[in-house]
Design a protein around this ligand. Structure first.
Ligand SMILES: Nc1ncnc2c1ncn2[C@@H]1O[C@H](COP(=O)(O)OP(=O)(O)OP(=O)(O)O)[C@@H](O)[C@H]1O
Ligand SMILES: [Mg+2]
Length: 357
């Protein structure tokens, strides 16, 4: 039963990854993703969107590792100087890794092995690097049975990684990037190059791949929530490729994940846009003396806000910053909350939108 079989280099046989069912699903997934790309562009302030959506993904992705943190705890930790738990630290690290990856792509347009190592290092906060000791095996959570043994020798791992990177960076074949994404995700997880953090690193590589291939401009399509909700299937299908070299179901799974997640994200972005416009309107009508567009945008970039943020953003005195936030609370845009000695102003309606999956 184990080791199951040697991991093959990419590419897989073309007829296995471009079946009729796959091509049919592909057009739906591509349409949804295209629509998401277009809608994301219509948000006036991209930082607003990225901050909120990235944090949600960081939380969902970390949940796969059983780190469950509430949105409130997270934002409180980010906004105040309070000490944070190791769980929150993990979510924050994941978020940093997304931004780091985005930066790498913007600067160089591709990833090197050392970049992937840096991403993983950021996520798990240790520099053990690529596995160089044997013994790593993937087990079934419940039964403890070994379901897959990744390559054990460092040389083999490095060889497979260089094949992976070649495929990742040079889209030399004319297979759709969305199909390639599914192939690459399987391959990365199966190489399992690190002792830990392979899932999280792989999920970040997915989003960066979409950006490299021009399918999105900013990192806002996150599959973690879908994978969380369909986790047994996720594991089962990875296993099917391992054992049977059958790709169809796995690729369909990933394509559906893309379609469904893109559609949900489109709805979310539309809700955010609507809330932003309403909030601007309410502020203009009921707090015209203090109304400034940047002030409202700040509340969407930082759904948990405080006087310091206003002072920095608008360049006003603390007294004014405080007055602005109080006024916005008075007219129902914000809700204040005391955390330790600090007062935090929460954009509760935005938090509600972000929370819903
Ligand atoms: N049979 C399998 N074949 C290939 N990869 C697998 C298999 N089963 C699980 N995996 C991958 O291993 C990942 C877990 O590896 P690891 O613990 O190193 O990552 P993590 O980021 O710490 O955890 P998680 O993905 O659970 O958040 C899973 O996310 C999955 O992608
Ligand atoms: Mg782990």
């Amino acid at each position: 039963m184990y080791p199951i079989k040697k991991l093959e280099k990419l590419p897989p046989k073309r007829e296995k990854v471009e079946t009729l069912a796959i091509l049919r699903q592909l057009s739906k997934s591509s349409n949804s993703l295209g629509e998401l790309k277009g809608i994301a562009k219509t948000i006036p302030n991209q930082a607003m969107l990225i901050n909120a959506v990235v944090l949600q993904e960081a939380k969902d992705s970390s949940e796969i590792e059983n780190i469950i943190t509430t949105q409130d705890e997270l934002y409180e930790a980010l906004t105040t100087n309070s000490k944070c738990t190791s769980e929150i630290k993990e979510v924050i690290n994941y978020r940093s890794a997304i931004f780091l990856g985005q930066d790498m792509i913007q600067k160089q347009g591709f990833l090197r092995l050392k970049d992937i190592e840096e991403l993983q290092n950021t996520i798990v906060e240790n520099n053990a690097g690529i596995r160089n000791m044997p013994g790593t095996a993937l087990k079934n959570d419940k039964t403890g049975e070994i379901v897959y043994t990744p390559p054990q020798e460092k040389n083999e791992i490095l060889d497979l990684l260089s094949n992976f990177l070649e495929y990742y960076n040079l889209n030399q074949n004319d297979i759709s990037p969305l199909i390639n994404l599914a192939i690459l995700h399987y391959q990365f997880e199966s190489i399992h190059p690190f002792y830990d953090g392979n899932g999280r690193t792989g999920r970040i590589l997915n989003i960066l791949y979409l950006i490299i291939n021009g399918l999105l401009e900013i990192p806002i399509l996150y599959l973690s929530s879908y994978i969380n909700e369909n986790k047994a299937e996720y594991y089962r299908l990875l296993h099917t490729v391992n054992t049977a070299d059958e790709w169809e179901e796995w690729i369909l799974y990933m394509l559906k994940a893309i379609e469904e997640t893109a559609n949900k994200t489109i709805i979310k972005i539309n809700l955010i846009k609507e809330l932003l416009n309403n909030t601007i309107k309410i502020a203009q009508e009921n707090a015209s003396k203090i109304y400034r567009k940047e002030l409202i945008e700040l509340l969407f970039e930082q759904p948990y806000s405080k006087i310091d943020f206003v002072v920095n953003r608008l360049g006003v005195e603390r007294k004014s910053g405080s007055r602005y936030l109080k006024k916005l609370e008075e007219i129902g845009i914000l809700e204040s909350k005391k955390i330790g000695r600090e007062t935090i102003y929460v954009n509760t309606k935005l938090i509600e939108i972000l929370k819903n999956r």
